[in-house]
Design a protein around this ligand. Structure first.
Ligand SMILES: NC(=O)c1ccc[n+]([C@@H]2O[C@H](COP(=O)([O-])OP(=O)(O)OC[C@H]3O[C@@H](n4cnc5c(N)ncnc54)[C@H](OP(=O)(O)O)[C@@H]3O)[C@@H](O)[C@H]2O)c1
Length: 313
């Protein structure tokens, strides 16, 4: 009797041909953003690396070109810590790229001591969330100009620990803890991704908004956990474990959300493993709070006020 073949795990070889597609990846000089950008370029996409540090960005571009000499890669300077920088980057991008097929909102900071962005917002909230809210709104006309464009926003398992506090989003009244601030910013990322999908759908746009998270990925972000990491970093990629996988594996949920022809707006991808920390990319559940439309709408209104960016939907 014939046996049904076991379903293969989705991997980078499943990324379709992307020739003719334009992809923009924020925070593409390291970690999962770099790995995602590299795979997109390998599959023929024109890739824009949107980064704050031109030297690191150039190194990333050189590495991608070494791996794929025919890669069509360019740089866009953007510091998400500053809304002026975000506006300037969006203007430059729109002048250059009237059509964007894929926007990956990936850049992020983690577990920082209390600090403020150039515009006075708590750093995690300002960089991870508000900067991307503003950038996406400003470049949205180019994404909606694409045939079935996609916007993928990166969350984290930590979003489950996040609580929005609309009276004090930036912890000015106290209670600041790096993990709390990071978790709030990641919850905001997911509230945004799902609300954007609702708004795109209502507007009848073909553009889709999805979310993804890498689980535990061996990236620069692990620096924030402590000095032991340096030794661990060298070992992790070679020792299978249920907590941390390589940055390349961590990029797969992003890539699946961004390129799998079967993926749809409103979906959230992450690793399949028991703790959702490692494993192949599959559909995962986001918290009930991140799926709460009223909370998302309130955050949206606040974000438009805080950034001065109104979405053209
Ligand atoms: N690694 C994990 O286990 C994990 C788990 C859950 C979620 N995530 C999420 O995955 C995403 C990528 O993180 P990663 O793990 O790949 O870490 P990473 O290697 O540190 O990459 C973060 C990227 O964001 C950039 N960035 C930071 N602040 C920026 C700013 N103000 N303006 C523009 N770019 C900025 C960094 O640029 P510089 O190099 O200049 O600092 C870097 O390119 C983040 O959203 C993170 O929250 C990661």
């Amino acid at each position: 009797m014939a046996t049904t073949p076991k379903r293969r795990r989705w991997s980078a070889v499943d990324v379709p041909d992307l020739n003719g597609k334009v992809a923009v990846v924020t925070g593409a000089n390291s970690g999962i953003g770099f790995e995602a950008a590299k795979v997109l370029a390998e599959h023929g996409a024109t890739v824009v690396l949107a980064c704050r540090n031109p030297v690191k960005a150039q190194n990333a571009l050189d590495t991608i070109r070494t791996a794929t000499p025919a890669a069509d890669v360019s740089l866009l300077e953007m510091d998400l810590n500053s809304l002026a920088s975000v506006r300037k980057a969006a203007d430059t991008l729109l002048a250059d790229r009237p059509v964007i097929d894929l926007l990956i909102n990936n850049a992020g900071v983690t577990f920082l001591p209390y600090g403020l962005t150039a515009d006075g917002f708590e750093t995690h909230y300002g960089v991870n969330y508000l900067g991307h809210f503003a950038f996406t709104g400003l470049v949205l006309p180019a994404v909606t100009a694409a045939d079935a464009g996609r916007i993928v926003t990166i969350g984290s398992n930590a979003h489950r620990l996040g609580k929005m506090n609309f009276d004090d989003p930036g912890f000015t009244k106290g209670g600041y803890k790096p993990l709390r601030a990071y978790a709030r910013s990641k919850l905001a990322n997911l509230l945004f991704a799902f609300e954007l999908q609702r708004r795109l759908q209502t507007a009848g746009a073909s553009t889709q908004s999805l979310a993804a998270h890498p689980g535990g990925a061996n990236t620069e972000i692990l620096e924030s956990i402590g000095p032991v990491r340096q030794k661990l970093k060298q070992l992790i990629d070679h020792i299978p474990n249920p907590i941390v996988h390589s940055a390349r594996q961590g990029a797969l949920p992003t890539l699946r959300a961004a390129t799998d022809p079967a993926s749809r707006g409103d979906e959230y991808y992450g690793p399949a493993g028991l703790l959702k920390m490692t494993g192949p990319p599959v559909l995962v559940k986001a918290s009930a709070t991140s799926r709460h439309p009223e909370t998302a709408q309130r955050l949206w209104e606040l974000s438009e006020e805080q950034t001065g960016v109104t979405y053209p939907l």
